[in-house]
Design a binder for this molecule. Structure first.
Ligand SMILES: C[S@@+](CC[C@H](N)C(=O)[O-])C[C@H]1O[C@@H](n2cnc3c(N)ncnc32)[C@H](O)[C@@H]1O
Length: 224
């Protein structure tokens, strides 16, 4: 029987690991990473200070922005999910250098992390900054944000929890708004795209888009 391959929202690039990143992956993972498992996570097992808000970030890239946000919002615990090893190694180093206590990492497909590990009604927020745009029409099906994905996350967010997505592709921004349309549980925070919230520094990918003359859209929905 042929096995149907799931459509993934990423391609695992053979990005070169620096020596510093590969040492981090070897030496820091045990303390700073949460292994992927097909069982629900108990956040209290992994964060030093429990009972804080929990925010999940999907696709943090190199993670410098993620570290910066965690350093600023000390009253929130952050769980960053990424598949790309150089980014994971880089963020491990940031966490270690800055002694960040409220940020931990899972290196795995975020869709499966949501399916297997994240309990229902457990997240205060989800950050997705500059998801891969998959801008060719034939690749649109690989976009992370789809109605089926939003249906999945709506159960993971607490009441009044939010999802904040930023993109520099207008077509994807409109696609995102459209994908939320059929879901009654989400309210757009403003009637239009809104300005970047103060807690979000520019990301690496964003700066590249800005250099190419792209506009940036921040979209925020609240779960009712
Ligand atoms: C365009 S990059 C943006 C990175 C970063 N947020 C930034 O703005 O610089 C998108 C990232 O999402 C990651 N990604 C895409 N789909 C993912 C998934 N299903 N699970 C985990 N990471 C994913 C990719 O590996 C990539 O690093």
């Amino acid at each position: 029987m042929t096995k149907i391959r799931p459509i993934r929202s990423y391609v695992l690039r053979q990005g070169r690991l620096t020596k510093y990143q590969s040492i981090a992956l070897k030496d820091l993972s045990a303390n700073l990473m949460i292994p992927f498992e097909r069982s629900l996570i108990n956040f209290n097992d992994f964060f030093e200070t429990n009972d804080k808000k929990i925010i999940l970030e999907i696709g943090f890239g190199m993670g410098d922005t993620t570290a910066e946000i965690a350093e600023t919002l000390v009253d929130v615990n952050f769980l960053g999910v990424e598949v790309h090893s150089p980014g994971v190694g880089n963020l491990l180093n940031r966490i270690n250098e800055k002694n960040i206590k409220n940020l931990r990492i899972i290196q795995h497909d975020a869709v499966e992390v949501l399916d297997f590990m994240i309990p229902n009604n457990s997240l205060d927020g989800i950050h997705i900054f500059f998801p891969d745009p998959w801008h060719k029409k034939k690749h649109n099906k690989r976009r992370l944000i789809q109605t089926s994905f939003i249906e999945k996350i709506q159960h993971k967010l607490k009441n009044e929890g939010y999802i904040h997505i930023a993109t520099d592709w207008e077509d994807y921004a409109l696609w995102i708004l459209d994908s939320f349309k059929s879901l009654e549980n989400f309210t757009l925070k403003s009637t239009d795209f809104f300005e970047k919230p103060s807690y979000r520094p520019n990301t690496k990918y964003e700066n590249r888009g800005i250099r190419l003359g792209h506009r940036v859209w921040d979209i925020l929905f609240i779960r009712q």
